[in-house]
Structures are given as C-alpha cells and as structure tokens.
Design a protein around this ligand. Structure first.
Ligand SMILES: *[C@@H]1O[C@H](CO)[C@@H](O)[C@H](O)[C@H]1NC(C)=O
Ligand SMILES: *[C@@H]1O[C@H](CO)[C@@H](O)[C@H](O)[C@H]1NC(C)=O
Length: 440
C-alpha cells in the first residue's frame, strides 16, 4: 500500500502537461483524450470506523496480521482523505486533471454489506466529495469495488460464494440511485484478476482464502456475474435518465515470448488469454464465454488430477449472453511486462499458474526498469484492439512503482516513454479515450 498517488505524481504530471502544450503539433494528443489520476478508498480514506462505517476485509487483516505488511502499517488513517477531502480536491485542481477516479467503500455506505441499512454519514461524505469535484470542473469516475469487501460477506465465503454477485448488484443499484445524477462514468470492479488470483499465494489481496486452482476460478465466475448484474441494473433502470457509461477495469501485464520458438509464442499467447482473456473474453469478444484455450487447458489438467469435471466452473448460456457486450468501455490497468517460456508442470496439487504452463520472468536489460517497458504497453494496446474489435479503451491505471526516492528522473523517463507509445498507438488507430496516471 502506498500513499496518495496525487502527491507521488504531481511533478511529473505537471511536467507532462507542459510538454504536451509545447510539443510539435503532430506530436500532440487528440483533444478528446482526457487525463486524470486514480485512488482507491482503503488506500486513502482512513476513518476506518468513523461515523457508522462497517468493517471490511482490509480493515481486519492488518489488525490481525500486521506482519504481512512491509512496514507494519494499516489503513486506519491512511491519507486521511475521509477528513482531508477538501485539500485533496484542491490538489486535483492544481494538477489540472480532467477527472478523478476513486472508489466507494462498500461498508461506509452499507455497514454490514447488505442493502437493508444505509449509513447516511457515509453517503454525505461521497455527496460532498462528488459535489466539490463537479464544482471544480473535475469529472468523477467512480469504481464500485476496489477490493475492500465487507467482512460479513467474507464470512459467507466472499467471492467464492455466487450469492456475493447478488449483494454486489444491490450495492451497485444503491450507488446509482444515490450518486448517478452526478456520476457519469462507473467502473464495476477493479482488477478481477487481482481479486481472485491471489488465492495462489499467502500474501495476496485476501490472504484468508487459499484454494489455488479452485477458489480462484470460483471467484472469477462470481466476479464476472457480479459485473454483468451491475451493468444490466444500470442499463435497465438508470441509463435512460442518467445517461452515463459503465465498464470494468482489467489489469494486464504484456507477455512477450522468451524466444521466437513456436512453443514459447503459443505459451505467451496462452498466458494473455488465461489472465486478461479470463475476464475480457466473456465481456468483449464476439463469441463470449471464457477463452477456448483456457477451458481446454483447465479441463485437461483437472481430468489428469482425477477431478470429475473442470475446476473452471462453466458459464451457463444465459450468463454468457448477459456478459457479452456488458461494458461501454474497456478499462485497462497496466504496469509490467514479462517474458514467458513454456513449462510443463507435473500433475499434483491444482494451481492457476501450473494450469497456464509458463515461467514468466523479467529482463534486467529492460529500460526504464526490468519489468516496466514502453514497448510492452504498446504491444498490449494493439493486442486489446485486435482481440476485441478495437473497443473504446480507458487506461484506468498506469504508473511507475519505485522505492519512494525523491529524485524522480526514472519516473520522468517512464512518463515520457509510456505517453509517447500511447500517442503512437492512438495514431495507429487504437481507440483510447482517456488515461489515469498513478501507481498501485
Ligand atoms: C476507532 O478505532 C480506533 C483505533 O483505530 C479506536 O481508538 C476508536 O475507539 C474506534 N472508534 C470507534 C467509534 O469504535
Ligand atoms: C489419479 O488416480 C490414479 C488411479 O487411482 C492414481 O494412480 C493417480 O496417482 C491419481 N493422480 C493424482 C494426481 O492424484
């Protein structure tokens, strides 16, 4: 967990905006491309138990297991944006951003997670923030879920329980009712892959769950269904009147084949399909459902492991239909590039990464650093355009994670190079309409 991204990036963004004004005309971004910055509720709000807020999994975890956090800190106060939001809006205005992406704390609005009780102080907090942003000409972009699941819903199995999709839909409806008159860009869920895949490792985003190769796929199905429920609730009940847009933010590395041998090229493509494609294919592809290669790979290994059916739970035809096309834009979060080589893991305990069958590494020769490389971002943008029929893309996160040093030359190089390839991708015809700079 890092501090507010706004502070981290302020200098570089101001530098960049200056650069864009002074660059040659043909080097300029199109007028429609909007710039912003991004945060998440747990990361910045603090006020973890203030004014009726209920407990989330991320409130509880560092209280019970401080040893899992590098500096033994927690989110009790964080950047204290719950109290200092007016200062934060001033900082945003100073940056000159077009919009600000932030997330709602589910338990600040619904303390238990369930829709029967609404916390009016929590609602007031977001009302004030949203009003202040719009008064200052900053468009709010709101993520409904950025990982701080209500603790009570976790008790029921969290994202491994398909019922959680229902609870999420109810929360989404309340958010649209409360804020949809002013919020016109909604993101349902931030990074399903990060929400579900950490069940593979002990320091993941929800470390109480560790059911590799099984829990992660159950979670993935629930998250997909939750997304489609929220989308259709917006579409049927709110879109006519509120006239906003709703999408999802998917995280992706770029996977580059380690060699140009066919086995590594195929492995690298399988890596893309089973990470980004796991969530993108059901929503953005013409045929819908999980990628074929993912269904086949998990099915084959499951049978060899003596399961009677695939560990990847099938999507029913109505679910496939409801997911297809259920986003007005493709939110893409990108940080890293990896080199993928084929690796056949022995049959044994189930595991998502063994299912992929790759060894993914980095390269110490890469610039600006060994896993952040501009050409990876460029290739990823083209892959998304080609794979999903050139959807409208919002880059909902992109940034440079360092060790907090103040001489930010590397970060400046990063922004210059990443924004240059972004410009090239736009010129190539990739339909990118806005970008949020920040670090996770
Ligand atoms: C909130 O948590 C703090 C510790 O972070 C504690 O001192 C305080 O009593 C709690 N307040 C309420 C209202 O529970
Ligand atoms: C699957 O079952 C066969 C036959 O009982 C057994 O030999 C094999 O070890 C089992 N495989 C695993 C991964 O448990």
């Amino acid at each position: 967990m890092q501090g507010t991204m706004i502070n981290f990036n302020a200098f570089c963004i101001v530098f960049f905006l200056w650069y864009n004004v002074h660059a040659k005309a043909q080097d300029k971004f199109p007028k429609y491309l909007k710039f912003g910055v991004a945060t998440s509720s747990f990361q910045i709000e603090g006020g973890w138990n203030a004014s009726g807020k209920g407990e989330s999994v991320w409130d509880r975890f560092p209280h019970e297991h401080p040893e899992f956090i590098m500096d033994y800190s927690n989110g009790d106060v964080a950047c204290d944006s719950y109290h200092l939001w007016q200062t934060d809006v001033k900082l945003l205005k100073y940056l000159g951003v077009d919009h600000y992406r932030f997330s709602l704390s589910w338990t600040r609005i619904l303390p238990t997670g369930f829709s029967n009780r609404i916390n009016s102080d929590g609602v007031k907090y977001y009302d004030n923030l949203i009003n202040s942003l719009t008064e200052n000409g900053i468009e709010p972009m709101v993520t409904l879920y950025h990982w701080d699941l209500p603790k009570k819903i976790q008790y029921l199995g969290g994202w491994a329980n398909i019922q959680t999709a229902e609870y999420f839909g109810e929360f989404a409806r309340i958010a649209f009712q409360l804020f949809g008159d002013r919020v016109k860009i909604w993101i349902t869920i931030n990074e399903p892959l990060s929400v579900c895949e950490p069940s593979n490792n002990e320091n993941g985003l929800d470390p109480e769950i560790s059911l590799p190769g099984i829990g992660d796929y159950l979670c993935g199905k629930t998250v997909l269904i939750a997304h489609s429920k929220a989308y259709h609730i917006y579409d049927k009940e709110f879109r006519n009147e509120q006239k906003g847009k709703i999408g999802i933010s998917l995280s992706s590395v770029w996977s580059e084949p380690k060699t140009n041998k066919p086995k590594d090229v195929q492995t690298s493509e399988r890596f893309m399909q089973m990470t980004l494609g796991w969530f993108a294919h059901p929503i953005f592809s013409r045929e819908g459902d999980y990628p074929e290669i993912m269904k086949k790979t998990v099915q084959d290994r499951s049978i060899l492991e003596n399961f009677t059916q695939s560990r990847l739970p099938a999507l029913m035809q109505t679910e496939i239909n409801n997911l297809k096309g259920s986003a007005d834009f493709f939110g893409l979060n990108h940080y890293d590039t990896v080199l993928s080589a084929k690796h056949k893991y022995a049959i044994g305990d189930p595991c998502f990464y063994k299912d992929i069958g790759a060894i993914a590494g980095k390269d110490s020769n890469w610039k600006p650093n060994e896993n952040t490389v501009p050409w990876g971002f460029y290739k990823l943008l083209h892959w998304v355009a080609k794979e999903y029929n050139n959807p409208i893309v919002y880059i909902t996160e992109n940034g440079y994670h360092d060790h907090g040093q103040m001489k930010d030359i590397d970060r400046m190089v990063f922004y210059k190079e990443f924004l240059t390839v972004l410009l090239h991708a736009i010129k190539d015809g990739c339909n990118i309409q806005n970008i949020q700079l920040g670090v996770y």
